[in-house]
Design a protein around this ligand. Structure first.
Ligand code: SAH
Ligand code: SF4
Length: 343
């Protein structure tokens, strides 16, 4: 019976809230994953894109209740990469075959707009065939415009949850969903390829919240959609909460692929952390991007957004080769490519 419903979803690329809720919690998901694989293949063949992740600062002024980098966590040793260290990470990544670099960090105002622009310009001039992606949280529209003018073309900013009340349970009052959404619309308006997304199984999340997340993404039509299970970090207010479910996350990856066939969907590190084969399973459910770490090994453990994060001891070359093998085990291939969206 459910096969017919999934086939209809495959055709129409949309479903009612009730059907979406059933699919999110589907127990026998084989057909759903097969359909998602088929759709992914139509748009992206067997290609899996890589993004070299450079976690350049773990300072953050915010206090999201779920994240180990929150300002009030005094148990984490803070670090910042120097611009030179960032360029070295990118050079190493380029030699390994990366053609997209993601600069990610906490909201750290030490890195002024001018500094970020300077870094973006330099990465561009060093590697003109690469795309530079920023993931540095909420800033003013003028700042985003300056980053764009400096050559950044992609920006990752998960909305985290599309339900206002739920957002309020995950963040202090100083933060708002309205502002987060405004940032996403501004980024889009400026011309960025925008990535959004949410955590699966964050505290207090309901099935209705997840449907609201999907509906918001339908409105935003982002180029990239990143999701991963919530994972507790011991030094946060949610340190004793249970992790999100692997199965729900995989079902949602497949649902996203069917709703947004063109999207770049990473099989995230959080998926690989919750299960040793999590990233392979994510690819089998329709994901088409992996984001291995290019940060210097001595800092990786300090970027402790959640506990037990994988790949914190490996060198960049090891990460690349390990992922290449993992991707091959599910019949796909890592490609050397900027990995632009195919609409
Ligand atoms: N400061 C930036 C980027 C770094 S955080 C920002 O917040 O946008 C990157 C992502 O990590 C967040 O968007 C969030 O979805 C995810 N994250 C944070 N804490 C997490 C946790 N405990 N478990 C799983 N994902 C988490
Ligand atoms: Fe800072 Fe991002 Fe963590 Fe929130 S999720 S505390 S903004 S690093």
């Amino acid at each position: 019976m459910f096969e017919c419903i999934i086939d209809k979803f495959y055709e129409t690329r949309d479903a009612s809230d009730e059907v979406l809720k059933c699919l999110i919690d589907l127990s026998d998901s084989e057909h759903l994953y097969e359909c998602a694989m088929r759709r992914r293949r139509e748009f992206y063949q067997d290609d899996v894109y890589t993004r070299g992740l450079i976690e350049f600062t773990n300072y953050c002024k915010n206090n999201c209740y779920y994240c180990g980098l929150r300002a009030q966590n005094h148990n984490v040793e803070r670090y910042r990469l120097t611009p030179e260290e960032i360029y070295e990470c990118a050079d190493e990544g380029y030699a390994l075959g990366y053609r997209t670099f993601v600069l990610q960090g906490g909201e750290d105002r030490y890195f002024s707009d001018d500094m970020i622009c300077e870094i973006v310009r330099r990465l561009h001039s060093d590697h003109p065939d690469c795309a530079v992606t920023l993931s540095i949280g909420e800033r003013e529209r003028e700042s985003y415009q300056a980053f764009y003018d400096a050559g950044a073309r992609r920006y990752l900013l998960r909305h985290e949850t599309a339900n206002d009340a739920h957002y309020g349970k995950l963040h202090p009052e100083t933060m708002s969903l309205e502002h987060r959404k405004q940032c996403l619309w501004d980024l889009k308006d400026i011309g960025f390829q925008v990535g959004s997304g949410f955590m699966v199984g964050s505290p207090f999340q309901t099935l209705d919240d997840l449907v609201a997340d999907l509906r918001f993404l339908q409105e935003l039509q982002p180029d990239m959609i990143g999701i991963g299970p919530f994972l507790p970090q011991a030094d946060t207010p949610f340190g004793d909460r249970p992790a999100g479910s692997l199965k729900r996350t995989l079902n949602l990856v497949a649902i996203l692929r069917l709703m947004f066939p063109y999207a770049l969907i990473p099989s995230t590190t959080a998926l690989g952390t919750i299960d040793p084969k999590g990233r392979e399973l994510g690819l089998k459910a329709g994901a088409n991007v992996v984001m291995p770490n290019l940060s210097p090994t001595r800092f990786r453990k300090l970027y402790a957004i959640y506990d037990n994060k994988i790949c914190t001891g490996d060198e960049s070359a090891q990460c690349r080769h390990c992922l290449e093998k993992r991707v091959e085990t599910v019949g796909l291939r890592l490609v050397i490519d900027r990995g632009d969206v195919r609409r």
